[in-house]
Design a protein. Structure first.
Length: 134
C-alpha cells in the first residue's frame, strides 16, 4: 500500500505484523523499509505498517465489512483479447446492519489498466470515508 493508505489504515486501527513498514526519518519523511521477518505492530511508534494490498483488503473485509474487488470492464473483455487490452472496474460494497452485502452501499470506479490499480483506487477512496463516519 502507499504511505498515504498506510497512514489512514493506522488511524483506523490496523496493527497487523507486516514484513514492510514506513519508517519516519528526522525530517518527518516516511521511507519504505522491508524486513525478512514481520515487524511488531507499530502502535506505539511513528512507524507505519505497510501491508500488501491483499492484507489491507482482507482486514477491511474482516474488521469493517467493506468488500473491494476488481473485474474486467464488460465492454472490453473479449475471448480473443490479451489481458493487456482489458480495462478493470473497481467495486466497493459494504455489509448492511443485517450482515448482507447491500446494493445501497455500492459504488463503482472504472477505467483502470490493471486489477491492482483498480483495487488500490478503491482502497484510497474508501479509507477517508471510514475515518469520518466510523
Amino acid at each position: 500500500v502507499t504511505c498515504e493508505q498506510a497512514l489512514e489504515l493506522k488511524r483506523l486501527g490496523f496493527a497487523i505484523r507486516c514484513n514492510s513498514y514506513y519508517s519516519k526519518d528526522q525530517k518527518g519523511k516516511y521511507d519504505l523499509m522491508v524486513s525478512a521477518l514481520p515487524s511488531a505492530p507499530c502502535a506505539l511508534t511513528e512507524d507505519l505498517p505497510a501491508p500488501s494490498l491483499h492484507t489491507a483488503l482482507k482486514w477491511l473485509r474482516n474488521e469493517r465489512g467493506i468488500y473491494i474487488w476488481a473485474q474486467p470492464h464488460p465492454n472490453t473483455h473479449k475471448e480473443d483479447e490479451s489481458p493487456t487490452e482489458m480495462t478493470f472496474d473497481c467495486y466497493v460494497r459494504r455489509k448492511d446492519a443485517q450482515g448482507n452485502l447491500s446494493a445501497h452501499n455500492n459504488y463503482i470506479i472504472d477505467g483502470f489498466s490493471t486489477m491492482e490499480e483498480a483495487l488500490s483506487a478503491g482502497l484510497t477512496d474508501i479509507l477517508p470515508l471510514l475515518k469520518r463516519h466510523e
